[in-house]
Design a protein around this ligand. Structure first.
Ligand code: SAM
Length: 165
């Protein structure tokens, strides 16, 4: 199903690696792209564009200052990942466009009501990267085919085999 990730509240100094990893996980597990709110971060965007240039796409990165606008204007269902939500195995997500929302620091209460689903990957605090990986794997699995890749891995028992197609 077509998935977009919304990474809320990005702070370039504190969240650079975590937001980058959210985007890498989103891409690897088949999302079409990531929207991020908080503070605009051209370096983060450049890092992801470079990954897409080497390893393929399509995958978009878009900044949206207002997370509220990003959620309200999204055409499709919205799933907010939170440890307070319902267990992910028990929530049925219908086929169709899906916005998967992950937070950084404290997530405003309004997000819980704007979302169609509040979904927990276990009822313990952990990480947006982990929550995103488990949830996307659950709904989509890993993505195997990427367009325009300059590099491709041949899986091997030992060592590193990287092809240049
Ligand atoms: N303390 C913050 C709050 O209460 O909103 C959450 C901070 S947590 C480090 C950052 C993000 O990781 C959360 O917004 C959520 O998206 C995700 N997350 C952490 N644990 C989770 C869990 N058990 N299930 C689903 N998502 C989780």
């Amino acid at each position: 199903m077509p998935v977009t990730v919304l990474r809320m509240g990005h702070r370039p100094q504190r969240d650079k690696r975590v937001t980058t990893h959210c985007a890498l996980v989103a891409r690897a597990f088949g999302a079409e792209g990531i929207i991020y709110s908080g503070v605009k971060d051209p370096k983060f965007e450049e890092t992801i564009h470079k990954v897409v240039g080497s390893w393929g796409g399509p995958f978009f990165v878009r900044y949206e200052k207002s997370w509220r606008k990003a959620i309200r204007e999204f055409k499709g269902k919205k799933a907010h990942l939170t440890m307070y939500g319902l267990p992910f195995e028990e929530v049925h997500i219908p086929k169709g466009n899906l916005l998967v929302i992950v937070g950084a620091e404290k997530v405003p209460g309004e997000v819980y009501s704007l979302a169609d689903y509040n979904i927990a990957i276990g009822s313990q605090p952990h990480s947006e990267i982990a929550a995103l990986a488990v949830f996307l794997y659950h709904i989509s699995g890993v993505k195997e085919e990427f367009d325009g890749a300059r590099l491709r891995i041949t899986p091997s028992i030992r060592g590193k085999k990287v092809n240049i197609p």
